[in-house]
Design a protein around this ligand. Structure first.
Ligand code: F6R
Length: 241
């Protein structure tokens, strides 16, 4: 595993954007596994800036997002599809049909997960998977559990995650209780994994995930077994490593 320690959130974002753009430049038709949340916002902003300067071309890139809330329309401002459109896709020349996010409004969420798995099998393996990490060690919406779930599946969100995400909704009551997420096996099959972390509040879980035992109770700990992981974090998030 390679670790890059940066001064602060902005420097972390630039480094993450450096690595994503290097992937796009080296393999213009690459498959990017993308994440939402607060961590990658700065990196996406940087990619948009470089695109506008003419330094990046997304016209052949395919993307597969990690997850989506069950029950939120793509136009809901807290849906992950909306997040991707507003933070990245609407501002670069990626082809809309080449972007993939589970459909939160699918009538049958389990069936939608099966469809998403097929998309992943057709496009994959993912060349570079970007991940953030939850305070409980979740990656995507793979919450602490007794087993590592393999492929895209429906999850019941834990109280910790609901509370953590409540900041984006009017109240915790409005946070959806279920989500669809890419499974751990799919994440582990990515050729390269890029984990981004920021802030002192992540320091404890970063230490647990990368130096503690590998266990489905800390889903991110499985990344210790991946042959090509890059961890980029600001010094606050990496302070306990
Ligand atoms: C988002 C995702 C989540 C987040 C994690 C960290 O697509 O899959 O696992 O990466 O919840 O979120 P932030 O970045 O908001 O701390």
């Amino acid at each position: 595993m390679r670790i890059y320690v940066t001064e602060d959130y902005n420097a972390m974002s630039r480094r993450v954007a450096n690595i994503l753009s290097a992937q796009v430049i080296l393999k213009p038709d690459c498959v990017l596994g993308l994440a939402t949340g607060s961590t990658p916002v700065g990196a996406y902003k940087q990619l948009v800036e470089w695109y506008k300067k003419g330094d990046l071309d997304f016209s052949q890139v395919r993307s597969i997002n990690l997850d989506e809330y069950v029950g939120l329309a793509p136009t809901h401002d807290q849906s992950y599809r909306y997040f991707m459109q507003s933070n990245l896709f609407d501002h670069v020349n990626i082809v809309p049909a080449n972007t993939n996010v589970p459909n939160g409004l699918a009538e049958d969420a389990a069936e939608e997960c099966r469809r998403y798995n097929e998309v992943i099998h057709t496009l994959g393996p993912i060349d570079l998977q970007l991940l953030g990490m939850g305070h409980n060690g979740h990656i995507g919406f793979n919450e602490p559990s007794d087993v590592f779930e393999l492929e895209t599946h429906v999850v019941n969100l834990t109280e910790t995650t609901i509370q953590a995400n409540a900041r984006f909704f009017a109240s915790a009551d409005e946070v959806p209780r279920q989500a669809m997420t890419m499974g751990i096996q799919t994440i582990m099959q990515a050729k390269k994994v890029l984990v981004a972390v920021s802030g002192k509040d992540k320091a404890e879980i970063v230490k647990k995930a990368f130096t503690g035992p590998v266990t489905p109770n800390v889903p991110a700990s499985i990344l210790q077994m991946h042959p090509d992981v890059i961890l980029v974090g600001d010094k606050a998030a990496l302070s306990l490593l």
